[in-house]
Design a protein around this ligand. Sequence first.
Ligand SMILES: Cc1cc2nc3c(=O)[nH]c(=O)nc-3n(C[C@H](O)[C@H](O)[C@H](O)COP(=O)(O)OP(=O)(O)OC[C@H]3O[C@@H](n4cnc5c(N)ncnc54)[C@H](O)[C@@H]3O)c2cc1C
Length: 525
Amino acid sequence: MAAQRNHSAVLVIGTGLAGCVTALRIAEQGIDVKLLAPAVERGSNSALAQGGIIYRAYDKDDARRLEEDIMTAGHNINHAPAVKFLAEEGPRAVDEILIERLEVPFDRKNKTHWDLTREAGHSSYRILHCADHTGNAIMECVYAAVRSNPCISVCEGCVAVDLLTSHHHSRGMTYRYQLEDQCCGAYVLNETTGEVETMLADVTVLATGGAGQVYLHSSNSRSAVGAGISMAGRAFARLMNIEFVQFHPTTLFYVEMQRFLITEALRGEGARLFAGGGDYFMERYDSRGDLAPRDIVSRAIVDVLLTSGEPCVFLDLGGVKQDLAARFPTILQSCLERGIDIRSEPIPVVPAAHYFCGGVLVDLRGRTSLNRLYCVGECACTGVHGANRLASTSLLEALLWGKAAGDDISATIKSGLDPCLRLYGEIEDWKALGDERNDDPALIAQDWATIRNTMWNYVGITRTGARLTRAFEELRDLSRHIHEFYRSATLSRPVVELFHGCQTAYLITQAALRNTNDLGCHHRI
Ligand SMILES: Cc1cc2nc3c(=O)[nH]c(=O)nc-3n(C[C@H](O)[C@H](O)[C@H](O)COP(=O)(O)OP(=O)(O)OC[C@H]3O[C@@H](n4cnc5c(N)ncnc54)[C@H](O)[C@@H]3O)c2cc1C
């Protein structure tokens, strides 16, 4: 059977906030967009967001203070123009897209005032939220707009396997001898047919989200295996800051794989951390106490746990003045389902891998170092976060860069971007590497266990040269082994995810080993 081969003006890979906003901006200009959406149960980090999205405080001069807060959290290795762009243009994008166009029902204090909240590292109340399910509320409105736009064709059950480039995938020599490489689409596994399709595109956008699932404990959705990093790395697009993995200090300590997040907004509203014997330890670690940035709080918790030998610390909600059922209904309900009533007892918490500060290097329009490839959202490195992310900046970054990339792509196409028809003719279809039906769940589970344990123990919150070297060696061997496995297996989603996850873990480890500084999320001793 001949492999499916098709062409679109724009191919967007990933249906989180960043991918959907990019697709919407382009489609609203009447340009056709193909949007890849893996199976629904793989989820997205966007829909999991609880705390909120940065907007603007009621006091004057908030953009400047926001810039300062972001730079402080990022240990001043942020890209200052990107921080300025986010602080100045971000709130306008919230107005234009989320409030006016999509009518997201953010909480209000009254008819004229939003109910703004605050999180760790913020010098003012500037965060919009929908109770504690902000991401879900935003994504419901975004999906409704995507579904009703006739220029967007959503390809469900489609998983990107690799980017297509003129240097790597053209048959003849003409394109291989050109100095500049260019992206012209992706190989995509269609889970319904089991076929790998050749999706050619004039412009390709990576929007595959984060990589938390390469760690043993993670707050991320199941889809966050670093697919974008792995594909961009293989295509030689420039990656940046990928050793900076942020750990969230407070996820529910409970027996389950995907850790349920306990939003920082609770500490913003007065909750305090304490260890077993009633020791409210945060003041000892930072003058900002419980509202210190995440890297500091996560490390303080690990330090307290190592000293005490306890498995978790606790969050005391006694100082929260708000009605928990009205302001934090998702957390209340989720904890009740696990036998913890947060109205009368503290919440047991531990840190977990949460956010990927680095990624594929992009400029203010989302362009990468590879021609015709854009990247938006958590898999991109805009430079906003530097060595550590300030809470609630990432939804805004996904929104703003989705808008900027979408507008740049529309303008480029409208000004006459040529489809590379000759090049498309030279691109080979996917050749099935293997025919063994060996996506055995036991083999895949064991390889994932090795990746996740290695990353958690050796490339986690506290890193040392010896730990990183050991991780590098183990992941290098595993990576070779998985490559062989990949070459002999019939392709399936679990095999593709394992391949992406292993490559990403290996890349993170290499970057962490190279960086001998101790900075922000990269805590090296
Ligand atoms: C529990 C939790 C709470 C958070 N709370 C907040 C908050 O309050 N405020 C804030 O600003 N940020 C928060 N964040 C971070 C924020 O949600 C994310 O950084 C942001 O939503 C990322 O958006 P995205 O579109 O880049 O990625 P995602 O929303 O993760 O979307 C990525 C998409 O790519 C798809 N995909 C992945 N691999 C492939 C592939 N190979 N082929 C095709 N598609 C693929 C996925 O299925 C998914 O649809 C939170 C994150 C988590 C996990």
